[in-house]
Design a binder for this molecule. Structure first.
Ligand SMILES: [Zn+2]
Length: 414
């Protein structure tokens, strides 16, 4: 039964569709002029490349009218730079992590959430920071002390998630959330949390913190003068409830999902100081501001896209999925699979020409929201497209399509 009221349903539909606006902004930022389509960033053609020979795109909506989706498009699968693919894969990962956590706890196990970070300033380049951060993480994970710690604490495996936020004051803030699955509770020798954020402390945890800080020094991150600060903040350990909370929220987009609202509030407040405050933003939030023409956000997202190229966002330690009885799903297949879900109904189809009309007027998100909340059949779809066709072209309507006679893919509707 659908328990959402109309307002929530519409909000959910709008938030889902808005990802396509953010994707379009990301594509504009990542595209390099003068390059052939094959040489562009994978995200540049995400959801604009037609899968089928017949070159139509099917439109499905949820029965609850809280979302709609396309079938028949190739996806990029880049979870750092693509808001559409990231949302889809986050759903899978959330399911896997939740199932793993439940199975593990049912069998008497426990989990911890460790957050690894380091001091940084706004004038440091993300690419340089990441290089040193990667080195520090490798050094830490390969150290005898960490391996001994894992044995003593009964850690059966870990999942590492590389995440990013950015602020105007302090620049990029890469950090890693590590879920450590242990055989039992009290594995870190901890007592009750020491504050209301749920931070844990113990002799073992202090030793780990010192180990991480020493590794940071060796990799040129942080400095002796900041030692106390680093001991307090560079590594933090929280217990099972916080790990479960983290999993439940994993990849959810409440902070940026309602991006149309965020964009409206941006227009309202205007002032840079008010807008940024001291808050940290996720890369996808940057896309909201970038879409409004904010130069700082555009620059930062471009820097981000280049720095994270080829970086894996989530890594499970070997055999952990099997140990937690989690199904090992191939993520690429999952992203590409657009078979309708049981809760979805077919509204109709778009011809490639109609899809290009939506692209060139930047109306893909509005169309999906319409399909989710109002459209019933092919006539409704065609009416909407005819309306959009009256608008001026404001962007490229390029699509990629397979053409038999050319023996490969072609850019159509430029
Ligand atoms: Zn994508």
């Amino acid at each position: 039964m659908n328990t959402l009221n109309n307002f929530d349903t519409e909000k959910k539909a709008a938030a889902g569709a808005a990802r396509y606006n953010l994707l379009r902004t990301a594509q504009a930022i990542l595209a390099k002029s003068g390059l052939d389509w094959k040489e562009q960033h994978r995200t540049c053609w995400c959801s604009r490349s037609l899968k089928r020979g017949d070159e139509t795109v099917d439109v499905y909506r949820n029965e609850a009218r809280d979302g709609a989706s396309f079938a028949g498009l190739n996806r990029c699968g880049n979870l750092h730079t693509c808001p559409v693919c990231a949302a889809k894969v986050a759903e899978l990962r959330r399911k896997q992590l939740s199932a793993g956590m439940v199975n593990h706890c049912d069998n008497g196990g426990w989990a911890y959430l460790l957050t690894f970070t380091f001091p940084h300033t706004s004038d440091e380049k993300l690419q340089d920071l990441l290089k040193r951060f990667d080195k520090a993480r490798q050094r830490f994970q390969n150290s005898k002390a960490w391996k001994a710690f894992k044995k003593e604490a009964g850690v059966i495996g870990v999942v590492n998630s590389l995440e990013f936020t950015v602020s105007q004051e302090n620049g990029w803030h890469p950090h890693v959330h590590m879920l450590a699955f242990t055989k039992s509770k009290k594995a870190f020798g901890e007592g009750q949390p020491v504050n209301n954020q749920g931070d844990l402390d113990s002799l073992r945890i202090q030793e780990l913190k010192l180990l991480w800080v020493q590794v940071l020094f060796k990799c040129g991150l942080g400095e002796q003068a900041k030692l106390t600060d680093m001991m307090n903040h560079a590594l933090n350990v929280r217990g099972g409830e916080k790990a479960a909370e983290y999993i439940a929220k994993f990849g959810r987009d409440e902070k940026w999902g309602a991006s149309s609202e965020l964009a409206r509030s941006h227009a309202k407040t205007g002032a840079a100081g008010e807008k940024w405050g001291v808050l940290h933003f996720t890369p996808f939030q940057l896309l909201v501001w970038a879409g409004e023409g904010d130069a700082w956000a555009i620059h930062r997202f471009r820097e981000f896209g280049e720095a994270v190229e080829g970086k894996r966002a989530l890594v499970w330690s070997p055999k952990l999925k099997a140990a937690l009885q989690v199904e090992d799903v191939d993520e690429e297949t999952w992203i590409e699979n657009d078979e309708p879900q049981p809760e979805q109904v077919l509204v109709g189809s778009l011809s490639s020409e109609q899809f290009a009309v939506l692209q060139s007027r930047k109306c893909v998100a509005q169309f999906l929201e319409y399909a989710a909340t109002c459209a019933n059949d092919q006539v409704d779809i065609d009416d909407f497209i005819d309306g959009v066709r009256q608008l001026d072209k404001i962007a490229s309507g390029s699509l990629l399509a397979k053409r038999e006679f050319s023996g490969g893919k072609l850019v159509i509707f430029t």
